[in-house]
Design a protein around this ligand. Structure first.
Ligand SMILES: Nc1ncnc2c1ncn2[C@@H]1O[C@H](COP(=O)(O)OP(=O)(O)OP(=O)(O)O)[C@@H](O)[C@H]1O
Ligand SMILES: [Mg+2]
Length: 452
């Protein structure tokens, strides 16, 4: 929002009246213009937009109602307050019906005028804010797209489309930054619940008491400080989706309550005695190995089984052959849009470095790297020097190709060499550099693996 002082037009054919009003407002920092009659006021309105117009109603020639009408036609968002010397109900009502914010009856106190103006300005400010937010929402479609062509992602996308319209609970597994939240939101958007709320809670970010309060709410007086009733997230997204992120971090006691909510679809507020039915679709996520957590006694087996019906596993980026290039292009386009540029380019060296980097932070890390580089590049193409130091300096490491089944070391090496070769467009020099071996050794390996 702009924080400029408000612009006010004061219209009165009585010099003392308009001078007084002008003085009140300009003393408070407003930018005030005065007009000694309707005709002059209309001329001002045709020149410029005002936040607020305060006009006398009864004036020679062009009267206050005409000023009001002109103001509303030219600037529908401008607020108009009319001043009337004959506070008959009719004139005030007419003015309000034609769009005036309110009227001021003579004789009025300075303070009264000031307060009324302040309220009118506040209304205008709020309306503009709402408009802005609406536009922002409309301009932000940023359609959720799960980018990726590697077989694991293609499979994932198909399953997401199949599972989304059902009300089934879904468990998302995957390392940090692999896109669990993105998938959770996509499940919501592809379901019949899309017009209702999607609420996300990071279960790892609260202690047990706070999490319970957050999820289930509390009755008034449930504990010191619980003055009013508070609905929890389970009750706050009726018909919607609740995303329980980092579910693996919850305590066993909390897991019992969650199991009940999942199984019986009822919850109990903290301090409450009655079961409250809830209608919310649950999507849960964790980057922990839940099976191992169950074995270690950290995660309840019954809840694990309850969640283990539809499980979507997001592969680490390093196992998604070809997706680094694809995602890079996607994030480049996204950044270009954000920075208001036609396009952003990236040098082939940068692409090589990225293709070879293992991305422990997965897609999020790639996104951050590109965002940073795009900002640093300031309009030029993205170059190696725009990458974070550890990517620039380190000897090039290479990502694992997609290997879902366990294979021998030798087979792994064969695939790896083949993949890097393909990636380097068949250039042996480049491939040898990426692999960190000399060309002769590369040649021997290619011969051994039949890759010539
Ligand atoms: N396949 C994808 N296509 C496009 N963007 C993706 C993809 N996967 C992840 N992203 C983006 O990467 C970022 C991280 O994804 P997200 O927050 O979903 O990860 P996460 O698995 O929930 O991570 P964490 O476990 O750390 O919470 C987000 O900005 C997301 O939009
Ligand atoms: Mg997440």
């Amino acid at each position: 929002m702009n924080d400029l002082p408000p612009k006010i037009l004061v219209v009165d054919d009585e010099p003392i009246a308009r001078t007084n009003l002008a003085h009140v407002f300009s003393r408070r920092g407003a930018r005030v213009t005065v007009a000694s009659g309707g005709r002059e006021a209309v001329a001002e309105l045709e020149k410029d937009e005002f936040d607020l117009v305060i006009t006398d109603l009864i004036m020679e020639g062009v009267d206050g109602l005409a000023v009001l009408e002109r103001a509303k036609t030219l600037w529908p968002d401008t607020e108009v307050v009319v001043v009337t010397g004959y506070p008959t109900v009719e004139t005030a009502v007419t003015a309000m019906r034609r769009g005036a914010y309110d009227y001021l009856a003579k004789p009025y106190g300075i303070e009264e005028a000031r307060l009324l103006a302040q309220k009118a300005l506040e209304k205008r400010r709020l309306r503009q804010e709402v408009k802005l937010l609406r536009e922002r929402l409309r301009d932000k479609p940023d359609p959720l797209t799960i980018i990726g062509h590697c077989p694991a992602i293609e499979r994932l996308k198909r399953t997401v489309a199949q599972v989304a319209p059902t009300d089934s609970t879904v468990l998302l597994l995957g390392e940090t930054g692999t896109g669990k939240e993105l998938v959770a939101r996509t499940l919501h958007l592809l379901s019949a619940r899309r017009d209702e709320r999607f609420l996300a809670v990071n279960c790892g970010a609260f202690n047990e008491e706070l999490l319970e309060n957050e999820l289930f709410g509390h009755e008034p007086g449930a504990f010191t400080g619980a003055v009013r009733l508070k609905k929890g997230l389970f009750e706050s997204a009726p018909g919607g989706t609740l995303f329980l992120d980092e579910l693996g971090e919850t305590s066993p006691a909390m897991q019992v309550k969650l199991l009940r909510a999942l199984q019986e679809r009822v919850i109990r507020r903290v301090g409450g005695a009655k079961d409250i039915p809830v209608d919310v679709r649950i999507v849960a996520a964790t980057n922990k190995d839940l099976r191992r957590e169950v074995e270690a006694g950290h995660f309840r087996q019954d809840l694990y089984y309850r969640l283990n019906v539809i499980v979507l596993t997001l592969p680490p980026l390093s196992e998604r052959e070809g997706d680094v290039a694809l995602l890079s292009r996607f994030f480049l386009a996204k950044m270009a849009k954000k920075l208001g540029r036609d396009s952003l380019t990236m040098s082939p060296e940068v692409m090589d470095i990225l293709a070879a980097y293992p991305f422990p932070g997965n897609v999020r890390e790639l996104e951050n790297i590109i965002e940073r580089a795009a900002v640093m590049a300031e309009g030029e193409g993205i170059d190696v020097r725009h990458l974070p130091p550890d990517l620039r300096g380190e000897p090039v490491r290479v990502a694992r190709p997609c290997a879902n089944e366990p294979v021998t070391l030798e087979e792994n090496e064969r695939r790896h060499v083949a993949w890097v070769l393909g990636h380097c467009g068949g250039s042996r020099t480049k491939t040898a550099t990426v692999l960190g071996i000399d060309r002769a050794s590369l040649w021997r390996k290619m011969k051994k693996f039949g890759l010539e």
